[in-house]
Design a protein around this ligand. Structure first.
Ligand code: NZQ
Ligand code: ZN
Length: 386
């Protein structure tokens, strides 16, 4: 079977050591710039000062304080500032949350209606402010993709905004930014990249050999390098392998022309919206149980995953799949990440009720590849995860 596809990615990746200084080559001198960042990590690790020194001679305004799982309410403050200063370029320095926040700001500034509708109603938009980034946390792939995930505090929603107008013009991936990463964020990044890959790989076979080999390479690299990076963040070569893996996991390449799942992310986002569980940690809770429940539907790819990624040779197909899911869960746990919902302070019955209601409201009755996950599966998935 051949799925038609279009592959487009205009982001220039500027990768390596000592690359931050190169922003002066890529940031437009003639544009008014909005410089956005997160809640302070760049001030502690010296990146902020480095950037400020490089911005001498540029016309810019700053907006700091974008929070993890960026909130619409806070981002609208940046939109106000950007409109007031008539900014023409956005420069984001941070992790996925800052980059996603910058993408929302980029679409919202020129948008005439209520910008939340860009996210909630997926309204089309014609204009966006161009943006460039320095990525400080390898995880989401946002530095080289067209997506952003935005939360609305008052509505309790966490939803994606996707448009080709949101690709960064450039992203600087400088491995020297990694040394200040806390272990928790290192683990989160590895797991997020891992699950991005499985969402586009563990579905059903269509003989898309190269996409499969790309996905398997990313998974094997994360399994080999992840624990080393977790234990020694100073190892720049390992850090570089993790960084490129995370970017490649969600820049469009491995998902071109293959069936994709994304149900783990959809349910995970709800857990974050409800309980503020870190994004990757929500995925680590859902993946094992969802694969166990859908083992028959996903069996061929789970067996392929078991044999190629985990080198499992013993047992029948089902036993191989079960072993691979078990090893995946152990891998997450080896990075200090809990894999049970009961590891967090949650009300199970309430969680099931709210998530089912939200999916029903959004008319998401079936999802995953071929719609194999139904709204009725949410109950056993969350119970199994608890
Ligand atoms: O806020 P600051 O002070 O910058 O600190 C951050 C934050 O506390 C800190 N951090 C980042 N780089 C650091 C650092 N601390 C020390 N040294 C550094 N070099 O790490 C914390 C987490 O940052 P955040 O940006 O929230 O993490 P991540 O990159 O994992 O992004 C998560 C967000 O991305 C969304 C998630 O849902 C979540 O909202 N996603 C975006 C996607 C996309 N755009 O394609 C896809 C993903 O599936 C995901 O949904
Ligand atoms: Zn993710």
């Amino acid at each position: 079977m051949i799925n038609n596809y279009e592959l487009y990615n205009p982001t220039k990746l500027i990768f390596g050591e000592d690359r931050i200084k190169d922003i002066t080559q890529y940031l437009p001198r003639e544009s008014k710039i909005l410089f956005v960042y997160g809640q302070g990590s760049i001030k502690h690790n010296g990146i902020y000062q480095k950037v400020i020194d490089l911005l001498k001679g540029y016309d810019y305004v700053e907006f700091g304080g974008i929070e993890p799982n960026p909130k619409y309410e806070n981002l609208m403050e940046a939109v106000k500032l950007g409109r007031e200063y008539k900014i023409e370029f956005i420069f984001a320095v941070g992790g996925g949350s800052v980059v996603d926040g910058a993408k929302f700001i980029s679409a919202a500034i020129p948008f005439d209606e209520d910008p939340w509708k860009l996210v909630s109603d997926k309204l089309d938009f014609n204009e966006s402010i161009p943006l460039g980034t320095i990525l400080t946390l390898p995880a989401t792939g946002s530095e080289m993709n067209k997506g952003a995930v935005i939360s609305n505090k008052s509505k309790g929603d966490k939803l994606a905004l996707i448009s080709e107008k949101l690709f960064p013009k450039f992203s600087i991936l400088d491995v020297s930014v990694l040394s200040s990463l806390p272990k928790r964020q290192i683990a989160n990044g590895i797991i997020d990249a891992f699950v991005h890959t499985t969402e586009q790989y563990i579905t059903y076979p269509i003989n898309a050999k190269l996409q499969d080999r790309f996905a398997e390479s990313i998974l094997i690299t994360l399994i080999e390098e992840g624990p080393q990076f977790y234990n020694n963040v100073e190892n720049k070569e390992v850090g570089a392998n993790i960084m490129f893996s995370a970017t490649m996991a969600l820049n469009g390449v491995i998902g071109a022309g293959v069936p994709t799942d994304w149900s783990i992310h959809m349910i995970g986002h709800e857990l974050t919206a409800l309980y503020n569980i870190d994004h990757a940690r929500s995925l680590a809770i859902i993946l094992p149980v969802l694969y166990r429940i859908k083992i028959e539907e996903k069996l061929s790819k789970l067996v392929q995953y078991a044999e190629i990624v985990w080198q499992i040779t013993e047992g029948n197909d089902k036993e191989k799949a079960i072993k691979a899911i078990y090893l995946t869960e152990k891998f997450f746990q080896s990075l200090g990440v809990p894999t049970k919902l009961s590891d967090y302070d949650v009300d199970l019955e309430y969680t099931i009720k709210v998530i089912k209601e939200k999916f029903a409201y959004r008319n998401m009755l079936n999802f995953g590849e071929n719609g194999i996950i139904s709204i009725n599966d949410i109950d056993p998935i969350l119970r199994g995860a608890y």
